[in-house]
Each structure stands twice: as structure tokens, then as C-alpha cells.
Design a binder for this molecule. Sequence first.
Ligand code: GLN
Length: 491
Amino acid sequence: MAADALCRLTLRAAADGLRAGQFTSVDLTQALLDRIQALDARVGAYLTVTADRALAQAQAADQRRAAGQDGPLLGLPLAIKDVLTTQGVPTTCASRMLEGFVPPYDATAVARLNAAGAVMLGKTNMDEFAMGSSNEHSAVKPVRNPWNLAKAPGGSSGGSAAAVAADECLAALGSDTGGSVRQPAALCGCVGLKPTYGRISRYGLIAFASSLDQIGVLTKDVPDAALLLHVLAGRDPRDSTSANVPVPDYPAGLDRGVDGLRVGVAPQYFGAGLHPDVERCVRQAIDALQTAGAVQRPVSLPHTKYALPVYYVIAPSEASANLARYNGVKYGRSDPQATDVDEMMSRVRAQGFGSEVKRRIMLGTYALSSGYYDAYYLKAQQVRTLIKNDFETAFQDVDIIAAPTAPAPAFDLGAKLDDPVAMYRSDVMTLPASLAGLPCLSIPCGFVDDLPVGLQLIAPPFAERRLLQAARAYERARGTLAAPVRQVDVP
Ligand code: GLN
């Protein structure tokens, strides 16, 4: 099989090829490493490429296979967002603060991939500490959207989404606090799944906002997302917030269809600010689900309009607490010239954090400070409960909710850099489900101005199976989208 064709495979197709002996994991891994070498200077998806290690893992996978062993991901090359710790491999969160940090342990999600036989190609670029919606807040370099290199890939998992979209890996891990898997998936045209809060262990996921953070997957199609979720999900004694809820066989029964499935459509997701052509694509997608047997039902989520302000109080508050640990002592950046602790801390933090991270720390510290806590953090938590209750009420009448993932297709690099609120607004569609802790995903549903558009599906807690079945039904009804030429393929 030609190298480019290998790079385009889904996880399942690659696994079939490996099992049938059509190619080896070393062939596949080498093809992807060559493609990264050829393209990534233009895309910027990777912060670290672990070529030698990847080839060694691939070789080991091939040997295991030759010895008659198999595994759900045996020999399949993936990319890992640089927010997840990887033993012996630099992990920086795209921040100068963690420059030089080499973790002594693997995140549980990474350990599970390893145990399933996966090959790690490298660590992907992101917004610093996962704060951002365009990947431009990376302290290292921006990521470019493979469809149009002048556009942002979304964020904060922009590197993972771009790597999948540019066929620089078969699939990738990301993290989603307020939309960081779904929004870049929408803007880059891949599938992005954020499971229920607690579904995947966060041990080794560098913390941003602990009541929201969740690991997610970026893949080329829905069955690949189901396959990865099945490997990753489950209770982990090392993360007390990981849920002790049985893990169903997500890949099984994926093609069950949507006969009779009640799909909720909320007017709050279709209001002002939504690009009319994005709305058209999303409504067509919902109609396609209906043609496949689902029924559309109107629902109302009246507190959705508060999701943006609520999120931008809660997430920075939790971030300000989580980021207090970067004091120049334990990991990453230090300052040997500092003469006392105060000087050390202020110098390291002044030099180590970028401006968006500093903005969040200041916002959060303010919102948590004495006298303001009740007015901001507590109030935001109360409104968060109302947002959650809206979903609970809606899910009494419907099985799933459909909405756009992002209000518009990918925007120009630089367009929102000087306007934080405009940047924050690109998460307006993904934040409500995050605040409610719900499983949700984005799936490509069309192109506008030659750029991908995402349909977002949201399900009740731990209904990932239903979510994936509905997404798969749509994917089959949709068929292969008529796609323009990716700019990354034009020499
Ligand atoms: N873009 C949002 C933010 O900047 C969400 C980020 C995320 O999900 N990690 O906070």
C-alpha cells in the first residue's frame, strides 16, 4: 500500500491490514513519521516527535503479532496532546513554565493506550495549559488548519485535531474543559468525542479547571472514537473523580440505528451570532437523522445564555488555584539567580506564563478573593446548577440534543488575538454541555467556504453508547462528504 494511503487509514482499517499481514506496524509508523517530516513544518501540529521510540514500539508490536498476540490497538500509531504526562518524554503544555519537564510517570490514559499496544508518534501542540480556542496561545508556535493554512485549527487541542485532519496520525488524544476537543474537531473536520465528566481517568492530565477537565479523542470516524473510548474508559484508583460506572462495549452495536430516537433541538443554539451557512449544514444533518428514523422535538435550555460568563468565572477560578503549584521549585522552570522564595516565584511566574494564562490567573484570583467569592464564584456555581437542570429537564423528553459545535467555520489566524471576548465566544456552543458534565461529540456535517463544519450531539450522563450510535447513524446517512482539496496537500 502506498505511504499516503497508509496515513489515511482509520484505526480499524489499519488494524485489519495489520492482522491480514498487508503491512507491518513499522511500515505504517514509518509512513506517518515521513509524512510528519514532510508536512509538519507547515502545520505545526507536533511539539515533540518521538520517532525512535515510535519505531521501537512498532517493532515490538510486530513481534508480538508474529508471536500470535493481538490487542485492540496493537501497532496503531497515535498522537498525544502535550497536556498528558508521558514517562521519559517531555511534557510541556506548550508553556515555557514546563520547559524541560520530563515526567517520571505515564498518565493513566497513556498507560492504557500502551497496554492496548498503541504506538506513540509524539506530543501535540496546544494552547498554553489548554487555555484558548485557536492554538495561538501556544508558547512554542501556532498550529495551522490543514484545510486552509491561513486559518486557525481551533483550540486548545488544535495540534491533535490538525494532526488527525492532515493524516499525520491515525487518531489523537485531546482534553476538553470547555470545548477543546469538539471545537477544533469541528474546525478541522474530524470526529471529536468528550465523554462524561469522570468517564476517563484524569491521572496525569495536567490540571486546568478540575471540575470540568476531561480527556477526549479525535478520530477520522465514529467507530474509531468508540474503539478508543473502550480502551480508555473506566474507574482508576489513582483518580478519585473517575466514575465507578460499568464500561459498556462501545464498539458493539454501533450500527443499531436511530429508529424512534428523539432528537432535541433547542432554539438557544440557533440564535444570533450563528453563521447562516453553518446553521443550514447543521439543520440538514438533523434532517438526515430524521430521514434515518429519528424524530425531532423542540426543547428549551433557557439558562444556556449564561454558560459563557459562568464558565469564564469558574474555569479561571479553578485555574488560578491549580496553577499556584508552578513556583519554580518542583517542576519545570526555575531561576537560580533568585535570592529568596518571593523573588523566585514572581520571576519564574512572570517569565514562565504567557499573557492569556496570566489573564486567567488574575481573573480567577479576583473572583475567589474575599468579598468577591459570593458575588462571582458562588453565584456562577449556582447558575451552573440551573444550566445542568435545564439539560435534565430536556432529557426527560428527548434522548439526545443536536446543535452546532461552533458558531462559524475556522477564522483567520490573528483575527481574535487582540479581542479575548471574541475568542471566548467561539466556545459558546460547547460550554453548556461542559458545565453540565455531559458526554458530547462533534462530527463533520458539511463545508462552508471550503472549511469544515461540525454537528454537535449531546447525551445524558454516561449515555456514550447512545451518543456514538446516533453519531454513527448520521455518519452513515451522510456518507462521504464532498470535500475541497486540503491546502496542506498542495505542494
Ligand atoms: N477555549 C476554552 C478556554 O479557553 C476551552 C478550553 C478547553 O476546553 N481546554 O478556556
